[in-house]
Design a binder for this molecule. Structure first.
Ligand code: PMP
Length: 404
């Protein structure tokens, strides 16, 4: 049984008030709240273990290293990766995508080569490729979508050419909530012999993701969006590709030996992990993943999808509301506009009622342009949200509407 009220007790912040109202936190696509096990692990590690990893002969360093590397194994298992060599710790999805664009770009892309992305990408899967364009004159090709917010597969197939070198696409849109048919997108790309990178920032926290089943070549996600600490994330990559890619940053940890004449690099995954990692955050991330595994990702997905359906129904019943993203396969994100109330006004007034939502372009300006809008209000759900909270949101929107 999925007992959401019992689960909520694991998240102390959910018990607080905002402007004398019980907090209704519906900004989970931006970041999620942390269960006690995650925060406790951070405190415990700083109080009783803290030492730099990998380099020390002393007891605490070895203990910290063991925790850090055990976390890598927990991430591997969570994604069902083949080996821990394929799990690179980063600061988050953004850094993962920058690492990928830099290093894959260096290894595999020449002037005139093409990378396929989609119209619904977050800036972190657009701008790193544009930065690469300043070094190499690569071409970005864009998969379009229909009015419901679903990618057009037939158009996607037409984008491939002999210059295509990579597809880099989001699994779940942080604006539309669309769950893209990622397995199919990957299968098609592989038919052309092209590798695929997946921005899984909005999928790994919400639905089961198995990298071997998807057969993706790269996959990125952020710890803070899956109940883990800020400042830690992951880039998964197939070993055969990562082996051929150069380091992203230089420094300690990523080398085997250094001389002024010649430096050799460390083995995977350390080649991509220059400097002291946030080893406390990796432990916290592992605790968060274990927490989700205990609840069951399938159960979390079912709960959130029920919330999404419930909220979609309730919002639609309000009338005079425009919802962006009505894909058949939709995850726990709903973007909308109410009448002609500016999204910023709506967000600000709901905040006064203790209801936290997101407003703006959601780091997807090209998508906003495609939709012909400036921004939206957005609610996004997590494993601890309830139907009661959605009722509070709806009542809040009605109240704001009366004020206008
Ligand atoms: N991609 C998507 C789809 C996202 O929703 C986000 C965060 N909003 C990111 C990438 C970037 O994640 P982060 O800021 O944690 O690096």
């Amino acid at each position: 049984m999925y007992d959401v009220y019992k689960i909520r007790e694991d998240f102390p912040i959910l018990g607080r008030e905002v402007y004398k109202h019980p907090l209704v936190y519906l900004d989970n696509a931006a970041t999620t709240q942390k269960p006690r096990v995650v925060v406790d692990s951070i405190v415990k590690e700083y109080y009783s273990v803290n030492a730099n990893v990998h380099r020390g002969v002393h007891y605490l360093s070895q203990l910290a290293t063991e925790l850090h590397e055990t976390s890598r194994e927990i991430v591997r298992k969570f994604l069902n990766a083949h080996s821990t060599s394929e799990i690179i710790f980063t600061r988050g999805t953004t850094e993962s995508m920058n690492l990928l664009a830099y290093s894959f770009g260096e290894a595999f892309l020449k002037d005139g080569d093409e990378v396929i992305i989609s119209v619904m990408e977050h800036h972190s899967n657009i701008v790193p490729w544009q930065i690469l364009q300043q070094r190499k004159k690569i071409v970005l090709k864009i998969i379009p979508m229909n009015d419901k917010g679903e990618l057009l597969l037939e158009e996607y197939k037409k984008l491939f050419s002999e210059r295509t070198k990579l597809v880099s696409v989001t699994h779940v849109s942080n604006v539309l909530g669309t769950i893209n048919p990622i397995k199919e997108l990957i299968r098609i790309a592989h038919e052309y012999g092209i590798p695929v990178a997946v921005d899984a920032a909005q999928s790994v926290p919400h639905i089961p993701v198995d990298v071997q089943d998807l057969d993706c070549d790269f996959l990125a996600f952020s710890g803070h969006k899956i109940y883990g600490p800020t400042g830690v994330g992951v880039l998964y990559g197939k070993e055969v590709l990562l082996e051929q890619m150069p380091p992203y940053q230089g420094g300690g940890e990523m080398i085997q030996s250094v001389s002024f004449e010649h430096t050799t690099y460390n083995t995977l995954p350390f080649k991509f992990e220059a400097g002291t990692p946030d080893y406390v955050a990796t432990t916290g991330l592992a605790k968060a993943l274990d927490y989700c595994t205990t609840l069951g990702m399938e159960n979390i997905a079912l709960h959130e999808q029920e919330l999404t359906r419930y909220a979609m129904d309730k919002l639609n019943q309000l009338g005079d509301i425009r919802i962006f993203g009505e894909a058949t396969e939709k995850d726990a994100v709903i973007s909308f506009q109410v009448g002609n109330i500016h999204h910023l006004d709506l967000g600000t007034l709901l905040d006064r009622l203790g209801i936290a939502i997101r407003t703006g372009h959601h780091c997807a300006e090209p998508l906003m342009r495609f939709l012909g809008i400036e921004g939206t209000a957005r609610v996004s759900f997590a494993l601890y949200n309830t139907k009661n909270e959605i009722d509070t949101l709806i009542a809040g929107i009605e109240r704001v509407r009366k004020m206008f």
